[in-house]
Design a binder for this molecule. Structure first.
Ligand code: 1PX
Length: 215
């Protein structure tokens, strides 16, 4: 087979990873969750280098989690639930001030988790959009309702500039590589509730342990 074809990103793979990350008893597998994020980063990178300041931070966080998955403590980094238990019991979580536990899994996943809320809001807007809807507007609305509240002015400003570089809806749908616009909308209809479920389970877990504001 043509390798360039095999390498081609499809948003379906991302969806498959987020589906695989949910266990039967509603735990979240770190490895699949991170695989989902790797796919998202690949997608964003394929849209151009304007977005590299965004992917750089996501890549750094993916890397931190990758290190945990390979570390001698990896048996504790199977699910979010096992990670939270392990890090809390071993005082690997900072609650008040950012210190030298910068690589804690809990604070790292919290950042990605906030990004997932943006994704859920954005994909839902894409799903219900019409041909003349602007991706940049959908993207910034989703951002303002989610990640923006955690970001300082300078990052919000840079994000706003990057959003303006997003391709229009027809190109965006093509790059997703899922098929016709109707097929994209159908896939989004599956993706949004799935991502919402992963988001909600994580949110509840973090709320239970008062970890929604980790520095
Ligand atoms: C079909 C749609 C697919 C789109 C894929 C897009 C992938 C989204 C990637 C979003 C990554 C967001 C992670 C943000 C983590 C974060 O908040 N980090 C900040 C705090 O980190 P710290 O360790 O210091 O506590 C950090 O300061 C962030 C820096 C730069 C990123 C800020 C902009 C985020 C914009 C998110 C919207 C992505 C637009 C993609 C357009 C398609």
């Amino acid at each position: 087979a043509d390798t360039s074809e095999e390498q081609k990103f499809s948003l379906r793979e991302v969806l498959d990873s987020f589906r695989a990350c949910l266990s039967e008893n509603k735990e979240i597998f770190i490895e699949d969750y991170i695989a989902g994020w790797r796919g998202l980063v690949r997608f964003l990178n394929s849209l151009g280098s304007v977005f590299s300041f965004i992917t750089k931070d996501a890549v750094a966080k993916i890397q931190i989690m990758g290190n945990h998955l390979k570390s001698e403590n990896r048996e504790h980094y199977v699910t979010f639930q096992s990670m939270v238990k392990y890090e809390l019991e071993n005082e690997q979580v900072e609650f008040h001030k950012r210190g030298n536990l910068y690589e804690s899994g809990c604070r790292t996943i919290l950042r990605l988790h906030r990004g997932l809320q943006w994704l859920q809001l954005f994909l839902d807007r894409l799903r219900t959009s019409t041909e003349d809807s602007k991706t940049s507007v959908m993207c910034s609305e989703a951002y303002n309702e989610s990640l923006a509240k955690y970001h300082p002015w300078i990052i919000r400003k840079a994000a706003g500039v990057a959003f303006c570089a997003l391709p229009g809806r027809p190109t965006f749908f093509e790059v997703m590589n899922v098929g016709t616009p109707e097929q994209v909308v159908a896939m989004l209809g599956e993706a949004v509730p799935l991502i919402a479920e992963v988001y909600n389970i994580t949110e509840e877990l973090y709320a239970q342990h008062n970890m929604l504001d980790l520095p």
